[in-house]
Write a protein that binds this ligand. Structure first.
Ligand code: 13P
Ligand code: ZN
Length: 272
């Protein structure tokens, strides 16, 4: 099978357009950010000979829950702005082995590269989100400017950050009624940051990394991008107003909004 045929696949086109769009937003400077997209075998097999393994790579510890699962993942050290012109070098398709201890590289990372250094955080987050949502497919990490800025000036308590974000734009509560999770500052790319992020993914689709960025998850590229975009917009409003608030939605109004849109706000944030 022609190895360029994969470039016709809709999931590759989505990776190309989304990485470019995220760079355009100013969220993914240099190699900042990474995306992993869970794929079905039959989606890939139409475009790629999945029996041909280019290389294998050991995982830091086995992730059995993802055995035999396929992903397209951005490359470590690769620039989002470049994916659109050279996907074969900047992204790759991988399959987790039968015992979950290593990955097969089936396509991409053409200059000898490897998947993102945040692969543990991605994989562990996929595991947790799949437990609560069988349609889950995307994990997206980005250095969204205002969310990052907010972690310098806002109290680092997830319930307080959630409430602030909900109050910044009327539709935030409707888009992420599950609120945002927050972990302490940790070393990027470490197993620990991956494990802590994934724990938060049980209850939230968004997890903030203070002074670094955000992890977002969802069932499609559009939904996940839109989720981060909405939280980032709220953080932008927060940073724009700089604490000088004269008018705001009350807790009663937010509860009324939730009722009108049929969503259940995460517990313990709004007064009843
Ligand atoms: P990678 O280039 O390895 O994906 O790392 C980028 C990043 O944002 C780390 O947190
Ligand atoms: Zn990062």
């Amino acid at each position: 099978m022609d190895s360029n045929k994969i470039l016709e696949a809709s999931f590759i086109k989505e990776m190309m357009s989304t990485t470019y769009n995220m760079w355009r937003m100013g969220w993914d400077e240099r190699n900042g950010g990474n995306i992993s997209y869970l794929l079905k075998e039959e989606e890939i097999a139409k475009f790629l000979d999945i029996s041909k393994v280019i290389r294998t790579m050991k995982l830091p510890f086995p992730i059995k829950e993802l055995a035999n699962r396929y992903f397209v993942v951005t490359g470590s050290g690769k620039y989002f702005k470049n994916v659109i012109d050279n996907p074969e070098e900047n992204i790759g398709i991988i399959r987790v082995s039968e015992d979950g201890s290593y990955i097969d590289i089936l396509w991409g990372y053409a200059d000898g590269g490897r998947p993102t250094s945040e692969l543990v955080a991605h994989f562990m987050s996929h595991v947790k989100r799949l437990e609560v949502d069988k349609n889950h497919r995307i994990v997206m990490h980005t250095h969204a400017t205002n969310l990052l800025a907010m972690t310098f000036v806002h109290e680092l308590e997830e319930q307080k950050i959630t409430k602030t974000l909900w109050k910044m734009c009327t539709e935030c509560l409707v888009v992420f009624p599950d609120g945002v999770g927050l972990i302490p500052w940790m070393i990027p790319g470490s197993d620990e940051i991956g494990i802590e992020t994934a724990k938060k993914m049980i209850d939230h689709r968004l997890v903030i990394w203070p002074q670094h960025g955000i992890f977002g998850t969802g069932t499609s590229m559009d939904e996940t991008f839109g989720l981060i975009e909405t939280a980032e917009k709220a953080a932008e409003i927060y940073m724009l107003i700089g604490g000088k608030i004269k008018n705001s939605m009350t807790d009663k109004e937010l509860n009324d909004l939730a009722r009108a849109f049929g969503v259940s706000p995460a517990e313990g944030i709004l007064n009843k």
